[in-house]
Design a protein around this ligand. Structure first.
Ligand SMILES: [Zn+2]
Length: 148
């Protein structure tokens, strides 16, 4: 739930930036001059304004792409960026060692993210594997030493 609320928040910020840029573009662009007592719409008739609208469109889609891309590599529990990418599998020995993929882990041990490098059947979404406590075996004390 928190993961999706964070994503919605990022989308809201991206939308606010995009609408602010659009509003600024409309406010700062000089008003069109009348031609035979008629005002032509600026978009499609003024090359500069049309190019600026094209740039605004690209920036808006870029913000949306960045929001989705950033969300993809975040921990589903604590929302921190996934770290420590490790390449697993093999390109040349795929049948023996598995398909090549990159594993990311949460620094606080909430889970792993498997991102496949080969997309056989279209775009595959990264696979999230949750752990209760990944670092438990490292942080707990080892077996008691036996005294002779
Ligand atoms: Zn985490």
């Amino acid at each position: 739930m928190r993961y999706w609320l964070f994503f919605v928040g990022k989308l809201a910020v991206a939308t606010a930036i995009s609408l602010g840029l659009l509003q600024a573009l409309h406010l700062l662009w000089p008003a069109p001059q009348d031609f035979m007592r008629a005002y032509q719409p600026v978009f499609g008739h003024d090359l500069g304004f049309t190019l600026a609208m094209g740039a605004w469109f690209l920036v808006s889609w870029g913000l949306l792409y960045l929001a989705i891309w950033d969300q993809r590599y975040r921990c589903r529990v604590c929302l921190r960026r996934m770290r420590m990418p490790v390449q697993t599998g093999s390109w040349s020995r795929m049948l023996q060692l598995g398909q090549p993929q990159i594993e990311y882990i949460c620094p606080y041990g909430h889970g792993k993210l498997h991102v496949a490098e080969i997309q056989f059947a279209g775009k595959q979404t990264p696979e999230w594997a949750a752990y209760r406590d990944m670092w438990e075996e490292l942080t707990t004390a080892g077996p008691p030493e036996q005294e002779c």
